[in-house]
Design a protein around this ligand. Structure first.
Ligand code: SDX
Length: 428
């Protein structure tokens, strides 16, 4: 492998160092490009641009590989738990028994929200989207905890991390309860992390609530599968916003907003609405796939395609299997699942999708499970956020320990008007 890349610009030639990652990925280090040539690079959507070195998550889009801290997602899905995976991502290794107990107990002690949060939720319209409610509530944490906002103070960072992991499920559940006019359910320490979320979502003060183990395990699995995904849009948001040295609560609020977008985490809500529309309009899968291929039609096959995976998204494979397991155990027949399977079969044998290497992504089947356990579709992306939270935090922690840390400030190629004179109002 060459040690450097040669760039010939007119009569000038410069050498740019080659950087190689631990899995053989190679990059051209352009740190000196502008100072030595006056040129910048241009890469809309950063499809060819690495923003950082990272030890956290490895994806091989061609081989459909996903690993958290080197551990294959399939093994974590089979053998781990969401809080154990959160610890792995944020602190770099699987916890010992004592470390996991300490982490779980600390999270358990911080699941309640300050009572004044009820006024914040009360000010929101009943149909407020849960992602708007959660980003507002998370941002508000910076006003409740002014004593723990320093991104470089280890003690303040640890308490903020634990508060966020602990409180986001409560915030999401409160958004749901607010939307259906039911009382907020306080967290209950007799449940584990996922069971507590189910209690706060589906429990009510008038009757006992038993957590369905099938549902709890399915949600724990989905949170694991969503936990991190290298430099996706909302994680890059965390890094860019975090690079200004703002507090972690403000960073996560920004990431929640980025995830909400329909091209990103919001796709899981779009998928289930797409499947329901096909069902309700009596469309065939083939009719919809043909629509998804036409440029003028606004119907994309949501849940299909990925910037990195040009082969199967390994998460989609695991979730598809979990769909059948969970629905069978719950005795639920899902027409939406039937439609999803039909769409996948049609798309995977259609030249349009094959040529563009479009496969099901993490969002294609996840909503079928969320729907089967009674979650309203506008809550799906909030569940994605709960899962992705440790990944955002892990990447933010890595940003602040990066020896190359600097504020993110991309350049541009200016294409506007050249110098012009100001025209006085009387002459316009
Ligand atoms: C997530 O980055 C991550 O890791 C994200 C994520 C994570 O864990 O953080 O994996 C989570 O966000 C998954 C993606 C969820 N979004 C969707 O499912 C929305 C539908 N998919 C697309 O909009 C699209 O595939 C993206 C946004 C996911 C990727 O977009 P790219 O890489 O910019 O690719 P593109 O939009 O340029 O598409 C390439 C071609 C285009 O056709 P041409 O212009 O070349 O003719 O494929 C077509 C697109 O029109 N295309 C689709 C399509 N996705 C891409 N056509 C129909 N249906 C689709 N779903």
């Amino acid at each position: 492998m060459p040690k450097a890349a040669e760039l010939h610009l007119g009569d000038k030639t410069i050498e740019l160092p080659i950087v190689e990652g631990s899995e053989g990925e190679r990059a051209i280090d352009i740190t000196r490009l502008r100072s030595e040539t006056g040129y910048i690079t241009l890469d809309p959507g950063y499809a060819n641009t690495g923003s950082c070195r990272s030890d956290i998550t490895f994806i091989d889009g061609e081989k459909g590989i996903l690993r958290y801290r080197g551990i294959p997602i399939e093994q974590l899905a089979d053998r781990s738990s969401f809080l154990e995976v959160a610890f792995l991502l944020m602190y770099g290794s699987l916890p010992s028994g004592d470390q996991l107990s300490y982490f779980k107990n600390s999270i358990r002690q911080h699941t309640m929200l300050h009572e004044d949060f009820k006024k914040l939720y009360g000010a929101l319209p009943k149909d407020a989207h849960p992602m708007a409610a959660c980003s507002a509530a998370v941002g508000a944490l910076a006003t409740f905890y002014p004593d723990s906002l320093d991104p470089r103070d280890p003690r303040e960072v640890e308490i903020s991390v634990h508060r966020l992991i602990a409180k986001l499920p409560t915030m999401a559940a409160y958004a749901y309860k607010h939307s259906i006019g039911q009382p907020f359910m306080f967290p209950n320490n007799r449940y584990d992390y996922v069971g507590n979320f189910l209690w706060m979502m589906f429990g009510n003060p008038c009757e006992d609530y038993e957590v369905d183990e099938t549902v709890r395990k399915a949600l724990d699995l989905l949170f694991i599968l969503h936990a991190d995904h290298e430099q996706n849009c909302s994680t890059s948001t965390a890094r860019l916003v975090g690079s200004s040295m703002v507090n972690l609560f403000s960073v996560i609020s920004a990431s929640i907003n980025s995830l909400w977008g329909p091209l990103h985490g919001g796709a899981n809500q779009q998928v289930i609405e797409m499947l329901a529309a096909i069902r309700d309009e009596g469309m065939t899968g083939r009719e919809f796939v043909e629509r998804a291929k036409t440029k003028d039609d606004t119907s994309r096959l949501m849940g299909f395609g990925h910037r990195v995976y040009k082969n199967f998204d390994p998460r989609a494979k695991i979730i598809k299997k979990a769909c059948f397991d969970v629905l069978n155990k719950l005795g639920v027949h899902s027409k939406l699942l039937e439609i999803a399977v039909e769409l996948e079969e049609i798309a995977l044998s259609d030249d349009y999708f094959i040529e563009r290497k479009l496969y099901p992504n993490v969002d294609f089947y996840s909503g079928v499970i969320y729907n089967a356990i009674g979650t309203p579709s506008n809550m799906f992306t909030a569940l994605f956020a709960i899962g992705r939270l440790p990944g955002w935090i892990a990447q933010w922690i890595e940003l602040h320990t990066d020896p190359d840390f600097k504020i993110g400030r991309p350049r541009q190629v200016y294409t506007g008007p050249n110098e012009t004179e100001y025209t006085p109002l009387a002459e316009r």
